[in-house]
Design a protein around this ligand. Sequence first.
Ligand code: URA
Length: 283
Amino acid sequence: MDAAADRDQWIALLDFYVAAGVDVALDEAPHDRFAEADRPELPAVSRPPLTVQPEEPQRAPSPEPRIEQRLPGLPNAATQPAEVIAADARARAASARTLEELRALLDAFDGCALKGTARQLAFADGTPGSRVMILGEAPGAEEDRTGKPFVGRAGQLLDRMLGAIGLDRNCVYIANIVPWRPPGNRTPTPQEVAICLPFTQRQIELAAPDILLTLGAPSTQVILGLKEGITRTRGRWYDYALGERSLRVLPMLHPAYLLRQPLHKRFAWRDLRLLRRELDRGV
Ligand code: URA
């Protein structure tokens, strides 16, 4: 075969990979994860079990210790047992006193393998302390490039949806249940969502909204602990305990789904009106 035809074939193959969502090379050789899952659990790696250390004694007027120095060890998704990583995630999240601290702690957290394939953390957009917080699923390509949630096509639709009820992204706070882009925009696995959950819960606490919009099934299910799909849960109010008070949660269809199923925008419109009514009640 001549070189030009060869080249065209390689380009066609790459196009096929991109269309199929295979756009990140993870390793030199493929792994059979199913076979690996059957193997007995690897012995714990030499790192000592994670314990939260007392704060360093204050030395005279030195600056605040860096956040990652307050917690020892760097449990790594590839080398540590899941319980160690989960305990580290909980300890880090609980230690954050502000959203900025939470962001820095999450950025230094190596317990979620998605961090290894994403370009950067896409932590939040909008205004902390807004009455409405919006919780999506995971960053896509554009969010990965800019480090902000909901800036791609789904985000632009979200902007129009907010605009339809007199809101914009500056008067809401926006985040995702997973802050790193899954390769090829696949749905994050339940394990990835669970590892990030303590950070998500703390982010909700620190952002302190009155109303939480969960967009799509994964964010609705993990926040409300429900198994039902989004077509069953959307458009109804739920309560979410937040310390002393409780937060109102409204599950809605995800804008990325609405881009694929435009006829279902009528359900989203109903839900947006519910949200507007609740905001107008000023509760
Ligand atoms: N979809 C999401 O759930 N979140 C984003 O940030 C972008 C698309």
